[in-house]
Design a protein around this ligand. Structure first.
Ligand code: RB5
Length: 147
C-alpha cells in the first residue's frame, strides 16, 4: 500500500519517526510534507495530501500538524477526503470501520510516537464494515456534492 504523509513545521520529527515506522511495516511512503522547521501554512499541506488521496496517487494518507486539527480540516475540504483526527486507537479503529476514513490525522504536540504507532497499527488493520455504515458515508459525500 502506498501511503502519503504531510505535515507542517510543528511535526517534522514526528513525521520522520512515522515514516521510519511505516517503512519498517512494509508500506511505500510518499512525503508531501515540509522537512523544515520554518513556520509554514498547514492548509497547503492538507490540500496537497487531500488531492493525492482523492486522485488515487496514494492509497491512504497521514496528516500531522501541532494538534492535527488544521491540517485535517484543510484535507477534508478536498472532495472525496474523509480525514479523521485520532488521539487514541478506539477512534482510529472506528474511523475505518464506520466512517471509511482515508486520511488519518493526529497532533505532534498532543500524542507521543508510541501512541501514534498504536493508532497507525489499528488504523491500517481495520476494514470498512459497509452495510448501514456505507449508507451514512454516502450521505456525507452527498453533502459535499450539494454544497
Ligand atoms: C502551528 O503553530 C499550529 O497552529 C499548527 O500546527 C496546527 O496545530 C493547527 O491546527
Amino acid at each position: 500500500m502506498k501511503v502519503g504523509i504531510a505535515n507542517d513545521h510543528s511535526a517534522v520529527e514526528m513525521k520522520n519517526m512515522v515514516v521510519d515506522y511505516l517503512l519498517e511495516k512494509g508500506f511505500e511512503v510518499v512525503n508531501y510534507g515540509t522537512d523544515s522547521h520554518e513556520s509554514c501554512h498547514y492548509p497547503m499541506y492538507g490540500e496537497i495530501l487531500g488531492k493525492a488521496v482523492a486522485s488515487g496517487e496514494v492509497d491512504r494518507g497521514i496528516a500531522i500538524c501541532g494538534t492535527g486539527l488544521g491540517i485535517s480540516l484543510a484535507a477534508n475540504k478536498v472532495k472525496g477526503v474523509r480525514a479523521a483526527l485520532c488521539s487514541e486507537p478506539y477512534t482510529a479503529k472506528m474511523s475505518r470501520e464506520h466512517n471509511n476514513a482515508n486520511i488519518l490525522a493526529f497532533g505532534a504536540r498532543v500524542i507521543g510516537i508510541e501512541m501514534a504507532k498504536m493508532i497507525i497499527d489499528v488504523w491500517f488493520e481495520a476494514e470498512f464494515l459497509g452495510g448501514r455504515h456505507e449508507e451514512r458515508v454516502n450521505m456525507i459525500m452527498e453533502i459535499e456534492k450539494n454544497n
